[in-house]
Design a protein around this ligand. Structure first.
Ligand code: ADP
Length: 438
């Protein structure tokens, strides 16, 4: 039988007793009134006890009682106990999480939507010099590097920003922000001092070796040219040997030059001016034609249309770009050189300078052998040359497109490659409108 039924039956039985006694004594009404009053007072007393118990948190053991009130006390007590257990478990989990993030070697800072510090681990306190009192402070007031503030405001956190530690400038940090939850962000900073040091050593090593190789190569080439001049052609073996040795020496010179250019691109400060791209392209095309043995053009640049040889230059935009002339010349020469190199001698190479709503674009299009799908994403890697080219022994260093990519990156531009094996390729350089100067 349920507790409710029991309570109801007890009440009815008591009422019956009151009824019988009232019937026998003739005092039914006063007895019934007294009974109702006692019942009401008892309930008021119970409610008062319950309110007192719950007001003190309902944590201690509940008072001794019976019937439905015992049930109520028991259920509330059980709910409270479970809640306490859950809270304890949650607290333990939070503690464990805090301990693990405290022990992280990387700095971690939780930021609110207003860039205020909500929490920071030990590493963050050390590398950023944060203190417990900095909680609630805005992070741009504490990490004041302009590149960090720009990164924080940009909202584009796909890449990390490299900063020195505000506490010790010898420490280099890679700082990254991860957005999560409702406007919250997690700032992570990794110590990359060692990595950057190794990278600098690698760059210095390549630059030094390339530089040191220049002089011996020039001497070697000079002697080989003299020997070739002295060769009377009586020994075919000697003649081919000189020819091949000179070819390989020139190749090594190209490699050294390309490596030095790449190092310069990685390390040197950008010098910028307004470059007349139509004039630059005309010069490059003329030089390429001359190198291919085609008649030089005497007309003043800029030119449009088919030049005397293989190159068709179309200048649809009269746009100049802010940049570094030597770098752009190298990049465009590499693209044009490749188009001529990797397409048949009798095919046309189209060079087109044009504008869209958001970009000014240079297309260099050939109808040559094209690039396999799997190679397209890799051709801009250093020393990457497709197997076909290696097998066919087409001359090259594998550094040309790496140079193009670097130069474009320094000009906020993108390289897009569309190519199909057997049909040809189109290399497009997209310069953003902010780079235009006229
Ligand atoms: P290199 O031409 O000296 O080998 P690059 O970095 O300029 O080095 O080019 C890398 C590779 O990309 C080349 O070896 C070639 O396989 C491929 N490639 C570049 N341009 C073209 C092109 N226009 N057509 C076909 N393949 C190309």
């Amino acid at each position: 039988m349920g507790i409710w039924q029991k309570e109801l039956i007890t009440g009815l039985l008591l009422l019956l007793v009151v009824g019988i006694i009232g019937g026998l004594t003739g005092l039914f009404l006063p007895l019934a009134l007294a009974f109702t009053l006692v019942l009401l007072l008892t309930q008021l007393y119970q409610i008062n006890r319950f309110e007192k118990w719950i007001r003190t948190g309902g944590r201690s053991n509940y008072p001794k009682t019976s019937g439905i009130w015992e049930e109520i006390y028991y259920h509330v007590y059980r709910i409270k106990k479970n809640e306490k257990k859950r809270k304890k478990k949650l607290g333990k989990m939070v503690d464990q999480f805090r301990q693990s993030t405290e022990a992280l070697p990387d700095a971690a800072v939780v930021l609110s939507a207003n860039d205020e510090i909500e929490w920071a681990n030990k590493a963050a306190r050390e590398v950023f010099g944060l203190q417990a009192s900095d909680k609630g402070q805005r992070i741009p007031n504490l990490i004041r590097f302009p590149e960090f503030i720009r990164y924080l405001r940009s909202g584009n956190y796909t890449e990390a920003v490299i900063l020195p530690s505000p506490v010790d400038h010898r420490i280099t940090l890679a700082v990254r922000i991860i957005a999560y939850g409702a406007g919250l962000r997690l700032l992570l900073a990794q110590d990359v001092t060692q990595l950057k040091k190794m990278e600098r050593m690698r760059k210095d090593f390549v630059a030094n070796v390339s530089h040191e190789l220049r002089t011996p190569l020039t001497v070697l080439k000079g002697y080989l040219e003299t020997l070739q001049d002295m060769d009377d052609g009586e020994s075919p073996l000697l003649t081919t040997s000189f020819y091949q040795m000179l070819g390989q020496t020139e190749r090594m010179q190209h490699l050294v030059d390309d490596l030095l250019l790449l190092t310069r691109l990685e390390t040197q400060q950008k010098k910028t001016e307004c470059i007349d791209i139509p004039i630059l392209l005309t010069q490059i095309c003329k030089e390429a034609e001359a190198l291919n043995g085609n008649a030089p053009i005497n007309t003043l640049p800029p030119l449009t249309g088919k030049l005397f040889g293989r190159i068709e230059l179309t200048l649809e935009a009269n746009t100049c770009v802010i940049g570094e002339e030597q770098e752009l010349r190298s990049a465009f020469t590499n693209l044009l050189g490749n188009a001529l190199k990797y397409s048949p001698d009798d095919s046309v190479v189209k060079v087109r300078w044009h504008a869209s709503d958001d970009f000014v674009i240079l297309d260099v299009e050939d109808h040559g052998e094209g690039i396999a799908m799997t190679d397209i994403s890799r051709v801009t890697e250093r020393f990457y040359r497709s197997e076909v080219k290696r097998a066919k022994k087409v001359g090259g260093t594998g550094l040309g497109l790496a140079i193009v990519k670097h130069v474009l990156m320094r000009h906020d531009a993108d390289l897009k490659i569309v190519s199909e094996l057997g049909k040809g390729s189109c290399f497009s350089c997209y310069f953003p409108r902010k780079r235009i100067c006229n």
